[in-house]
Design a protein around this ligand. Structure first.
Ligand code: AMP
Ligand code: MG
Length: 401
């Protein structure tokens, strides 16, 4: 048996880093990963401008009770004339400061009459001015290679006038579900059949991470069907994820089929619950990950074991998202010979502190635990965990994105 941490590390290193890059318009790059470091080419803001609606002046011209003539009105988008000594300029949020002006007084602290403005509050030198380059200076790092592009990154890039960026193409993931008992949602179901929930689930997990579920296939429990499906997926995808058929039952044919395809099988049993049977293989250099069939096991194993591998293939900088430590509320002490990943919900208690509550039914087939849970709590082996003890918490928001 392989320890969980070893399995996680081995899987995370089980594929090469991406090399391909394409230049895409910003919007099409959403969810993808930056292929090169980007540097700012523009000072932002590009010129000193006002943070308020009000009046610009030279701070040195301020006297108590002074009334300054208003020499010009500057709207955002206009180029101001130099500020005459002893004058003020009327301006608005985003208006450029006239050359010579260094301070802005907000409208609420002034009184305007007869083309003059009276300053009612002594201003601080330089107040309410957004300085050229104070946000981002030209030549400074903007975003490093390996950053996943989201709305915040798009905002920063657009502010620099960037229209296209180099990204790694989406990783193409092939998904293979297995089992004679399964029918697709939407199809008629006989009493001895169950719906295939893993196919749709895995496709959604993959796409949520910014990869592409290129093909979702299903194979019955026979060697010919499995072999042909694995051949198609390894040909057309960068990563293959199969679900089910990896135990030691009569119909667990994934292992022999992969071996017949010349695969080298890298790991087999992980000391974790749910999800003991997990395998990784390579066929012609392409990684294949085999997950347990129980939907909850497949979900949990994908979250904590497969997602770092996928992040690596995407070229992302951070393969292992944050793990926090929170108190577990449990009526009975929890202990097992395998590391257990409980489906838990993080709630904020009456004292304003986050804590974890376990779903009542922790069976590896209990799909109703998934929408209820916000993440997984890791229960170590070798000793019991008591009510209120802190345990490692893997939040789905981080681990599944
Ligand atoms: P297996 O690993 O193939 O023995 O499957 C373990 C359990 O998970 C069995 O109860 C299967 O019926 C169930 N299972 C396997 N694949 C799926 C699937 N795609 N959708 C829903 N349940 C599945
Ligand atoms: Mg099966």
């Amino acid at each position: 048996m392989l320890e969980f941490d070893d399995a996680q590390t081995r899987l995370a290193n089980g594929a090469p880093l991406p090399t391909a890059a394409v230049d895409l318009p910003l919007r099409d790059a959403m969810g993808l990963v930056l292929a090169r470091d980007l540097t700012a080419t523009l000072d932002l803001p590009p010129a000193d401008n006002s943070a308020m609606d009000g009046y610009a002046l030279r701070h040195a011209d301020f006297r108590d009770g002074a009334r300054l003539p208003i020499g010009q009105v500057v709207y955002a988008g206009q180029a101001p004339a130099p500020l005459k000594p002893g004058h003020a300029a009327r301006l608005f949020t985003g208006s450029l400061l006239p050359p010579g002006a260094d301070t802005v007084v907000m409208q609420e602290d002034t009184r305007e009459a007869d083309g003059h403005v009276e300053i009612l509050q002594p201003p601080r030198p330089g107040q309410h001015v957004r300085r050229r380059g104070e946000d981002t200076a030209a030549g400074t790092p903007l975003l490093p290679a390996g950053t996943r592009i989201g709305p915040a990154q798009i905002a920063l890039l657009a502010s620099q006038g960037v229209a296209r960026i180099p990204v790694h193409p989406a990783v193409r993931v092939g998904i293979l579900t297995t089992g004679d008992e399964l029918v697709e949602p939407g199809a008629p179901r006989a009493s001895h059949q169950i719906y295939n929930s893993n196919g749709a689930m895995l496709a959604a997990l993959v796409e949520n991470m910014g990869a592409r579920a290129e093909q979702v296939l299903h194979a019955a429990d026979n060697e010919a069907a499995l072999k042909s499906a694995f051949q198609t997926l390894t040909r057309e995808c960068d990563l293959v994820v199969s679900i089910g058929g990896v135990s030691v039952g009569d119909k667990d044919l994934v292992k022999p089929v992969l071996e017949s395809l010349g695969a080298s099988l890298d790991l087999w049993r992980v000391r974790m619950k749910p999800g003991k049977p997990v395998a990784m293989a390579h066929v012609e250099g392409k990684p294949i990950v085999c997950l347990p069939g129980n939907p909850v096991s497949a979900f949990a194993v994908f979250a904590v074991l497969v997602s770092p591998l996928l992040r690596r293939m995407q070229g992302r900088r951070d393969l292992f998202p944050q793990v926090s430590h929170l108190a577990l509320r449990t009526e009975t002490p929890r202990q097992d010979s395998r590391e257990e990943f409980l489906r838990v919900r993080r709630i904020v208690n009456a004292g304003g502190v986050g804590e974890l509550h376990a779903f009542e039914k922790q069976g590896s087939g209990v799909v109703s635990s998934l929408p209820w849970a916000t993440g997984l709590a890791r229960i170590p082996t070798g000793r019991a965990v008591y009510d209120g003890e802190k345990v490692a918490y893997y939040d789905f928001q981080h681990w599944l994105s």
